[in-house]
Design a protein around this ligand. Structure first.
Ligand SMILES: Cc1cc2nc3c(=O)[nH]c(=O)nc-3n(C[C@H](O)[C@H](O)[C@H](O)COP(=O)(O)OP(=O)(O)OC[C@H]3O[C@@H](n4cnc5c(N)ncnc54)[C@H](O)[C@@H]3O)c2cc1C
Length: 581
């Protein structure tokens, strides 16, 4: 099968998943957890379908800190097995499963003026490095930590206030473009035969005589048509929507998941002088200053969230909080004018225990798999980094005794673009000469597509104009937009602005200027007429205006109301009276 996602394939997949023979596994939710489950199930040879009510990765999975990490803070809680598991996953992704997507990044842990701190933190980070190596089968390992003196610290991070720390420990972790990871997982799953439909919402579940779940009713949000999908196993992987989704089964039991909001701000790379990231302790948790592409990402916050989960937004108060904490340690103070973009995401916070009548397996302290009713499996919690383990646990749980005969193979299944990466890296030199690409552009393309960059190059050979950068967003080639429309399942302009590129927060105008050229390229592939193109551009501008308006509000209520004033391009069906428009 091909990993190409197109509107035509989406329609065919929807038809195929609703055929009378049904599927073995229907995954609800196209975040990292659901996409990982679809890949796990499809690569075990199961007939698999995945549906997502927004675009792939639109939920929490495109709104994280983008770290593929063990989580130093779990060491403080002495949760060694959790850290070991996440570090093993980090190194597996970096070394073989997704070496194109996952990039190493160094962080400084600044030490304050306390003699014991260097020994204490040093021991913790030594353990962090050691846990990554225990039983490690990874082909490539990240560099181990090193101690820095005060002079070494300021040389590495000149913009740190000299009195902010007496020295530091430098350690390694990794970053990923979270939305790209999700898309790549969906494409890889599709390559192994998974049927996939974005903008498709589960609006009901079908049940048998004993109340067991037998499938789901989905609405194609592009056409309004409804389909019934028969499935031997339905897996609910809907993050902060878990309880809403489980209630569609009519079951009383299930997992309990709350939402906590975290935001990030983006500032240009040249605005802060430093060659590594920073991890800083705050009164509540930690604050990261992360080098990412041409930017710094600063985050995050942790506030309870009790509104509709579809469009969490950044408030003025959130921004002030991050600026204040970053400015505690930065010499050249950041102001609002330095911020080019922001985003907000919701952590799915798994609550202890399960609702009555639920069988469950507490697979890890971070995630739980449960079944409130036969036929329905649920998984929640965890993090981006451990998606593969979560996926394996969910499918094992759903299959029960059958799992032994059909074990997971995702630990040896590279994601789309990983195979042949070294050869492609070498070939890129020749292609760069041909097209006049800079080193930065080569690494940008390899990072996003890996060996799949060959598909892009084919398109450029046929249409040399595609080798040109976008006029108002020169970091991206026109070919990347064209390719998003031909291969990456784009249905709307906002899919490109938010998730295939990250122009939403990479440019101070949220990509408004480049949206016209992007809509032209996408519209040409998808057959949009002038009216449709204008509507897509207007919808994007209205969405960006609403997010700007929200970010001027102090309170969460007012910010949420400002965002809700703008309808979605493909409105979702309201669930349980909750406004999702
Ligand atoms: C601020 C923040 C920072 C983070 N940083 C990191 C980090 O650096 N590293 C890390 O490892 N983890 C991080 N995490 C955690 C990580 O992002 C999440 O654990 C993970 O993304 C959750 O993925 P998910 O697939 O379970 O949920 P989601 O990504 O939310 O996916 C659920 C999907 O289900 C869909 N859905 C809901 N209802 C339906 C329905 N009825 N029909 C069809 N589809 C439906 C939604 O649209 C959504 O896309 C962070 C989280 C936050 C909030």
């Amino acid at each position: 099968m091909s990993a190409q996602l197109t509107p035509a394939r989406r329609t065919a997949d929807l038809e195929a998943m609703s055929s009378p023979s049904g599927v073995d596994v229907l995954v609800i939710g196209g975040g990292v957890t659901g996409a990982g489950i679809a890949l796990d199930a499809a690569s075990r040879g199961l007939r698999t379908a995945i549906v997502e009510m927004q675009d792939w990765g639109s939920g929490t999975s495109s709104r994280s800190s983008k770290l593929v990490h063990g989580g130093l803070r779990y060491l403080q809680m002495l949760d060694f097995s959790l850290v070991h598991e996440a570090l093993t996953e980090r190194d597996l992704l970096f070394s073989s499963l997704a070496p194109h997507l996952v990039k190493p990044v160094k962080f400084l842990y600044p030490l304050e003026n306390r003699a014991w701190e260097r020994a204490y933190v040093g021991a913790g980070i030594t353990l962090y490095d050691a846990l990554a190596r225990i039983g490690g089968k990874a082909r490539r390992a990240l560099p181990i930590h090193r101690h820095l003196t005060h002079g070494g610290l300021l040389e590495t991070f000149p913009d740190l206030k000299p009195d902010a720390a007496v020295g530091a420990i430098e350690y390694s972790d990794a970053t990923v473009d979270d939305a790209r990871l999700v898309l790549t997982l969906v494409r890889t799953a599709a390559q192994y035969g998974a049927l996939a439909a974005n903008r498709t919402q589960v609006v009901d579940m079908t049940t048998g005589a004993l109340g067991n779940v037998t499938g789901a009713v989905v609405e194609d949000l592009e056409t309004g048509e409804r389909h019934t999908i028969r499935a031997r196993h339905v897996i609910n992987a809907t993050g902060v929507w878990t309880e809403r989704t489980e209630s569609l089964s009519g079951a009383e039991g299930g997992l309990k998941v709350l939402a906590s909001k975290g935001i990030h701000i983006v500032v240009p790379r040249e605005r802060i002088s430093g060659t590594t990231g920073l991890i800083l302790q705050t009164e509540k948790s930690v604050l990261f200053v992360i080098p990412w592409s041409r930017y710094w990402i600063i985050g995050t916050t942790d506030t309870p969230y009790d509104f509709d989960p579809t469009h969490p937004v950044v408030t003025a108060q959130d921004i002030d909080y991050l600026l204040a904490h970053a400015n505690d340690v930065l010499q050249r103070e950041l102001t609002r004018d330095d911020i080019v973009g922001t985003w907000a995401g919701l952590r799915p916070l798994l609550q202890p225990g399960t609702k009555e009548g639920t069988s469950s397996s507490k697979a890890s302290r971070e995630h739980t798999v449960a079944s409130p009713v036969p036929g329905l499996t649920e998984i929640a919690g965890g993090k981006l980094t451990t998606y593969r383990v979560m996926a394996k646990d969910a499918v094992d749980f759903a299959l029960g005794d059958r799992a032994e005969a059909l074990p997971s193979v995702t630990h040896v299944t590279p994601l789309w673009g990983a195979e042949g990466l070294e050869a492609t890296e070498r070939r890129m030199r020749l292609l760069a000469d041909e097209h006049g690409w800079t080193d930065w552009q080569i690494s940008h393309l390899l990072h996003r597509y890996g060996s799949g960059v060959a598909d892009l190059v084919d398109q450029i050979s046929a249409r040399p104009d595609l080798a040109q950068p976008l006029r108002h967003a020169p970091a991206y080639l026109r070919a990347e937009i064209h390719y998003a429309a031909t291969h990456e399942g784009v249905l709307h302009l906002e899919d490109v602005m938010l998730l295939r590129t990250r122009l939403d927060y990479e440019t101070a105008d949220a990509g408004r200027a480049s949206s016209v050229e992007i809509a032209e390229i996408v519209g040409e592939v998808l057959g949009w007429d002038d009216e449709r193109r204008e509507a897509e551009i207007a919808s994007w501008a209205a969405r960006a205006d609403a997010e700007d308006a929200a970010a001027r509000e102090q309170s969460e209520e007012a910010a949420v109301a400002a965002r809700a004033a703008v309808p979605d391009i493909a409105p979702m069906v309201a669930q349980h009276g909750a406004a999702t428009a």
